[in-house]
Write a protein that binds this ligand. Sequence first.
Ligand code: GDP
Length: 310
Amino acid sequence: MIVALCGGVGGAKLTFGLYRTLPPDTLCVVVNTADDLAFCGLHISPDLDTVTYTLAGVAGGEAGWGLEGDTHGALDMLGRYGVPVWFRVGDRDLATHLYRTDRLRRGDTLTAVTASLAAALGVRARILPMTDQRVATRLLVGDDWIDFQEYFVHRLHSVPVEAIRYDGIEDACPAPSVLPDIQRAEAVVIVNSNPLLSIMPILSVNGVRDALAATGAPRVAVSPMVASGAVSGPAGDLMRLVELPPTAMGVAALYAGLIDGMIIDARDEEQIPAIRGLGVEVLCTDALMRDERDRVRLATEVLRFAHSLR
Ligand code: GDP
């Protein structure tokens, strides 16, 4: 079993590569749920859906997430009723949220619902929410703590953030098989997801950091920073909040003690000595995933590198 820790769209690219490279039922993906939100009473888990849809081969809505070719008739109608519709939920995507919300209301866990959704879409990897409890990323913008989706989608992550917190994290227990899966993993891959918005919430769930620190399996991380900045999104900017540079080295320092190896882009070669100085081995390669071939190529290199660290 290979365990991947993953956020949303960016990280799902490498997770897709891992899924294509490995026997499908040997991949376990632990997914960030601190981006989850309520929309018109529905429980939406954007990162879980992105990973599930991506592995199922049906991802790709107009906004960069959701289902390929989806329409927005329901959202347009809600807009006519005066509901703010900046969070773009497609019509078929809505079915996922209706199904999830109904099952949760009947008392099922997010883990169980996620497994049902994945199975129904033909995904054979084990997709796990980091926790079945509610955790919510909030960001301090000016004098206000705002919700994650307000920051990321409504304000297009273009406002300066002063601080970040994960509400509910102190009480969050890992979903039932997260720790056992980490304990028996052959390797753990922290994919190239946003370190502060996607990976830190997972690492902050009670017991996850300790399980990672204790496992005998090789642990590797892929840098989301290429050529001194994030490939996309606000990850680079947010590194300021933990007083680290927006570089592969900064990410290695953030994960220090939890990783044995770091995959960085060839353009960041000069950072190798500093990363090795943290006791972290380095694989320097082309870390950009432009298409499906790149995803599979990088995943293959990541797995080979992880096995070489055993
Ligand atoms: P998102 O915010 O929904 O895209 O989800 P994630 O947190 O999973 O991923 C975001 C991160 O993926 C960003 O910080 C990007 O820098 C990173 N990223 C996106 N595309 C690539 C790529 O092709 N290669 C690498 N190494 N990182 C990437």
